[in-house]
Design a protein around this ligand. Structure first.
Ligand SMILES: [Zn+2]
Length: 320
């Protein structure tokens, strides 16, 4: 099985065997949003590189799962002209399938992060979970009654575009003051750059956090409180068993989760919040590519047509 994740700034490809053990995995930096053709071509090339590293011939691949950092409609097209502008109206599954000669399934990346965590990770055994991916963008994968909730359009879970400041800065979706403009990794880095330089990236932020830097801890904690305030409303409505936090900001340290918990306790219904477990995902920024693999594992019709028995979700945790 092959998993692909198109993040806004990265492309990640993993190949796994039928026991869900990852055999090879690579990440490259890429401007994914603005150049769909370049990104799709790069993904096809990286699939070949990763398959070669794993010693797997392409003819043995039973399916490709793909996570896209944008709104994916039920028919598999990218459903926004402004988020991932170079991809608008494109059917990514068809485009990749043409390049690879393989069956390709596509979903939104936060949905697939949620699928990875409930299949192999922090949400195993839980049926009602909100997975929050905090990276360049913010997205949620909402699992209700053990099923991903995609909504009427397929676009459910666009948490990053919930309004928090009506007079805030303009968001890439065209609204003002969306959650993403105040609490995404990009917005946190932007707040720190006047003090730490214009080249500050996620790796250096992680170093600052590990060193206990007060400014870095403060802005990451504030991002957590903004996210938690919005999650409080969502939790009052849906009453999940857990909030699982993933994405690249989830791996830089505790203040993000602490901020989320503080805001949930302040703004949520006490009986709902007391029953709620808030925890980091176990896969960090790998969750989405592992969820892309889980998408193939869950496609029992495809497995049967390949002459394989249906796999189930008690598969071993994928190796790093
Ligand atoms: Zn927005």
């Amino acid at each position: 099985m092959v998993g692909i994740h198109f993040d806004h700034h990265h492309l990640r490809v993993a190949v796994a065997d039928l026991s869900s053990t990852v055999l090879a995995e690579q990440t490259v930096d890429l401007d994914v949003d603005h150049a769909a053709t370049t990104a799709l071509d790069a993904a096809a090339e990286l699939v070949d590189v990763v398959l070669a590293e794993a010693g797997i011939d392409r003819s043995r691949v039973i399916g490709v799962g793909t996570a896209l950092s944008g709104p994916v409609t039920r028919d598999g097209t990218v459903g926004s002209t402004v988020i991932m502008p170079g991809w608008s109206g494109l059917n990514a599954a068809y485009e990749l399938s043409e390049r690879l000669g393989l069956h390709v399934a596509v979903d939104n990346d936060a949905n697939l992060g949620a699928l990875a965590e409930i299949s192999f990770g922090a949400g195993r055994g839980l049926t009602d979970v909100i997975y929050v991916m905090v990276s360049s963008g913010i997205g949620a994968g909402v699992v209700l009654g053990g099923q991903l909730h995609r909504g009427a359009t397929g676009l459910a879970g666009e948490l990053g575009h919930v309004l928090v400041h009506p007079d805030g800065v303009v968001c890439r979706c065209g609204n003002r003051g969306c959650l993403e403009t105040v609490a995404s990794t990009d917005s946190v880095l932007e707040l720190l750059r006047p003090a730490y330089g214009s080249e500050l990236g996620v790796a250096q932020l992680a170093e600052l956090m590990a060193a206990g830097d007060l400014g870095a801890r403060r802005v990451v904690g504030d991002a957590g409180r903004e996210i938690g305030r919005i999650l409080a409303g969502l939790c009052n409505v849906l009453s999940p068993a857990a909030i699982i936090v993933g994405g690249d900001l989830s791996v830089v340290g505790d203040p993000l989760l602490t901020g989320i918990r503080e805001a949930l306790e302040r703004f949520g219904l006490p009986s709902v919040v007391e029953a709620l477990d808030v925890k980091a995902g176990v896969f960090g920024d790998r969750a989405e590519v592992l969820g892309a693999l889980a998408l193939v594992i869950g496609d029992t019709d495809r497995l049967k047509s390949a002459g394989l028995a249906a796999l189930h979700n008690d598969a071993p945790i994928p190796a790093a």
